[in-house]
Ligand binder design. Structure first.
Ligand code: NIG
Ligand code: FE
Length: 417
């Protein structure tokens, strides 16, 4: 439903049971009520201590529901044409991701399907996927380009991402991933394509206001370290934040490069080295863990979680939703898999889909934790304890979702006091 037709969440929300880690600033007393005015949180405190200034607002009874900040999915490739179930079957029959890509499948096959689709067709395919993610309590999401690989088709993808954000009333951060794969028409001319990305595509898309960040797939089947650095320089010249698909299939030293450029995040990082961890720590770069891709590719090398934890590198968890390696549509399931496959603790997984994910998008001042002054994004869950958020497989336990100050979902049947 378009956000303008959703009921506003303005009022005082009583009897909340905040999950640990929900607050941006830790206070001695955990609030049990909050006020929303004009879509923002304007007060948090004790149920019994509502200041007189808020007394005239409508009041809602959350009846002790477990409450978290809105979730943040910080790495998706949500907008694309077609699907690639055939590759899933090929991999089951023994082919590797790299072999499928070399055989003309992989990213390039999604590029052909995306180019063939109109903007409206791409929107119609992406919208139900977005709805699935939102039903899990997602209030901010990153959407990358990277299946267009020409100015017109990358612009088409990014425009669809922007439209989805407006229509669904969800914070969308767009990331330009022009350097995702070499388009077929540039076969054998990688440097020419990188020049096009840096000199034509990126400046034009940024001028259209379609780019919130820039990403590169730095890998032996994609772009080299030197090519990655060229894209980083071009992005930096335009003042755009950086992200990197790094060390997924091999250690390319991409993470250390990204950290040197002050990147927001390095994502995948199964093959991350000790030097990469040190560089990320020094730069405050977030490690984005993508267990859906690890699982789908039946990878066996997990990211170096213990070393990241020991170094104090913030770890986010995301769906990496894409048609090739992670057709995942539940962020809660990814949090579960980050625990079972990567050995994150429950609090780490919850921070991974809230505050650390917000940081991976540069949204740490507005999203991923609750505080006065922030846009009202929070979720009431039909769960007794926080661990249940990552325990259930495939449940959708969000009962009331307040997104950008509007009640996007309410199956709790909120009672107005
Ligand atoms: O994040 N690693 C590169 N990009 C995507 C996969 C894209 C695809 O296979 O279509 C990822 O896993
Ligand atoms: Fe990805």
């Amino acid at each position: 439903m378009p956000p303008s037709s959703l009921p506003g969440a303005d009022g005082v929300w009583h009897s909340l049971r905040l999950a640990p880690g929900a607050l941006a600033d830790h206070t001695a007393e955990v609030p049990t009520a909050l006020a929303v005015q004009q879509g923002r949180i304007t007060w948090m405190g004790d149920d019994q201590a509502l200041p007189a200034a808020f007394a005239a607002l409508p009041r809602y009874d959350a009846r002790g529901a477990l409450t978290t900040p809105g979730l943040v999915d910080c790495h998706t490739h949500l907008v694309y044409g077609g699907q690639r179930a055939n590759e899933f079957a090929m991999r089951l029959a023994g082919a590797s991701y790299e072999e499928v890509a070399k055989a003309g499948g992989g990213i390039v096959s999604s590029v052909l399907a995306t180019r063939a689709a109109s903007e409206d067709a791409l929107y119609a395919q992406a919208a139900p996927r977005l709805e699935q993610l939102l039903n899990d309590g997602v209030c901010a999401i990153e959407i990358k380009s990277g299946y267009g690989l020409s100015l017109a088709h990358e612009a088409k993808q990014l425009r669809v991402a922007r439209r989805l954000g407006l229509d669904y009333g969800v914070t969308v951060r767009t990331t330009f991933l022009g350097a995702h794969a070499l388009p077929p028409e540039y076969a054998g001319r990688s440097q020419d394509y990188i020049d096009l990305v840096c000199k034509e595509m990126l400046p034009a898309l940024a001028a259209e206001g379609l780019v919130d960040a820039v990403d590169v797939f730095c890998e032996r089947i994609a772009f080299s370290l030197a090519e990655t650095e060229q894209v980083f320089r071009a992005a930096q010249a335009l003042g755009l934040p950086l992200k990197l698909h790094a060390e997924q299939l091999s250690d390319m030293d991409g993470s250390a490069l990204a950290a040197r450029y002050g990147a927001l995040s390095c994502d995948h990082i199964e093959h991350l080295s000790a030097e990469g961890i040190t560089a990320m720590r020094a730069a405050g770069t977030v490690a984005v863990l993508l267990p859906g891709a690890y699982y789908s590719l039946r990878d066996t090398q997990a990211p170096p979680i213990a070393a990241l934890r020991a170094a104090g590198v913030p770890m986010a968890v995301s769906t990496d939703h894409n048609p090739g390696t992670s057709p995942a549509l539940s962020l809660l399931l990814m949090a579960n898999m980050a625990c079972t496959l990567f050995r994150l603790t429950v609090p780490e997984a919850l921070a991974g889909i809230t505050c650390h994910a917000a940081r991976a998008l540069g949204l740490q001042e507005t999203h991923g934790a609750l505080a006065v002054g922030r846009p009202a994004n929070f979720v009431l869950w039909d769960l007794r304890e926080p661990a249940e958020l990552v325990y259930w497989l495939g449940q959708q336990p969000a009962r009331t979702i307040v997104r950008q100050g509007r009640v996007a979902v309410d199956t709790l049947g909120l009672t107005r006091l």
